[in-house]
Ligand binder design. Structure first.
Ligand code: GRF
Length: 203
């Protein structure tokens, strides 16, 4: 598979940093061709620049429709021959224009064990619900929110004295561990999507 990846961010960029570090350490055989942010003040942009990676800012508010905005992002990624798109805290919903341009070639990381707690504030949802285990999910992106085929998950205990923030910190450690690994597994190929299931090694 084409090992040029594009990373889309909106903020802190700690998962972007985990991907950069994994490539640097040789745990992930990939090249980040571009980092795109919808926010000019995203801290992740600084992380990318420090690593010598090209950055692009595309403020969604500058385009009249979701479709027009997505078409620009697709153009940015295609121009850099990106084969796999990694969403890393990108806070925009993606529709058919974007998803259709990269079928089964977009990954997202979500801080809960999907299908539990999709959407915003997943860690707060988990604490409020009172689950004893939550975690992290890396999945392929389709046009439904946090719903595509699951690539990898890791479980994290929820403690009685957890707040949204302490649980988020514990989940983040696992995010940084499994996102590069999931990307590596997807780039290695040999997987297929069977119904809802992503199956490694099976045809
Ligand atoms: C992470 O918790 C990720 O799971 C969620 O958004 C957050 C992004 O954090 N999708 P960062 O920008 O990677 O530090």
């Amino acid at each position: 598979m084409n090992r040029n990846i594009g990373v889309l961010i909106s903020g802190r960029g700690s998962n972007l940093q985990a991907i950069i570090d994994a490539i640097r350490d040789g745990r992930l055989d990939a090249r980040i061709a571009v980092v795109i942010s919808n926010r000019a003040d995203a801290h992740g942009l600084e992380r990318a620049r420090e690593a010598g990676i090209e950055t692009v800012v595309r403020d969604h508010k500058a385009w009249p429709s979701r479709e027009a905005y997505e078409a620009v992002l697709v153009g940015d990624l295609r121009a850099r021959d990106v084969g796999l798109v990694c969403l890393a805290g990108f806070m925009r919903l993606l529709g058919a224009t974007f998803v259709g341009a990269f079928p089964n070639r977009i990954l997202n990381i979500h801080p809960a064990l999907l299908p539990s707690f999709p959407g915003l504030h997943a860690q707060r949802q988990a604490v409020d619900h009172g689950v004893k285990i939550s975690g992290v999910t890396v999945h392929l992106v389709d046009t439904n929110l946090d719903a595509g085929p699951i690539v990898m998950q890791a479980a994290v205990p929820v403690l009685d004295d957890d707040t949204e923030d302490t649980l988020a910190d514990r989940i983040l450690v696992e995010e940084h561990r499994i996102y590069p690994e999931a990307i590596q597994r997807i780039l290695a190929g040999g997987w297929s999507v069977q119904g809802r299931r992503l199956v490694f090694g099976g045809q």
